[in-house]
Design a protein around this ligand. Sequence first.
Ligand SMILES: [Zn+2]
Length: 311
Amino acid sequence: MGVQETKIYPINTGWLEGDLGTYIFWKGPAGKKYWNPVYSYYIDTGEHKILVDTGLPDEARATKYHHKCQKRGCLQVHEHLEKKLGVHPDEIDAIVFTHLHWDHVQNIKEFKNARYIAPKGEIDVAHNPLPLYYRTYECGIPGIEPAYTGCVFEAVEEESEVLPGITMFHTPGHSVGHMAVTVATSMGDIVIAGDAIFVERNLEPNPSEMWRHWVPARFVNSWQGWQSVEEIDKRADYVLPCHDEIANARSDVYPYEGMPIRNRRQPIPGYKFYFGDMPAGMADKAAPAMTRQEAEAHIAGLKDPKDMAEY
Ligand SMILES: [Zn+2]
């Protein structure tokens, strides 16, 4: 039991329309729309059955109060678990939340035996959001009640291993208390990034601005948000962002044979890291710098966000 057996199963709970410029990429092509999936994750460690986030509600509720939503045949998280993975909701021991935004917390009361584990900073703001974020937390607007009303959360204040092999670490910026989740697996550390990045492309450069990372545009704090992107780059051998179709759909289960392993914190000539070095004890995990030639080929091969627009 443990690291060798640990498997992660991405669950797509539906699709939201997002703007490539005001949401997915800072200085991205504003006005261009992109359909992004909303994933939650089932993790089986052999010892524990865990969810990370619980995703979207039904299409009508999502579209009425939030963004344009399509389910396209996607099930609610508890239905997907039972019908597609053969796991009864009562078997889930714990739900770990990256943050408590509306598209990450639905249906949590379906899991009667689960502990609810969430960042302390998120629990605090979710119950008393800044008015700007009433809708984001579904708290403070008439006619709708947050999915977590009446639920008791276990608050996580410091980076910690909350279950064996499952570590939460601070990645604020998208929201006040956001934490990403590292899952130790037989092929290295898989980081479930929540919304600290939206797509893997956020970790690669923006060549027109000379940014080492093309960071997302949806931040409550851009300084912290940038630092969190660097933090994920330092720690992840593979990244599962909650809104990335490509990263989540390469396989039904992670890790898998042939999974592309990232280069952690790889220097690219001409592009600067802004925040500190690798965390203590991890210096040897950083990839060697690209040569100028490698960098040119790498940058030329990157997708431009405007080519991600769907209409
Ligand atoms: Zn989200």
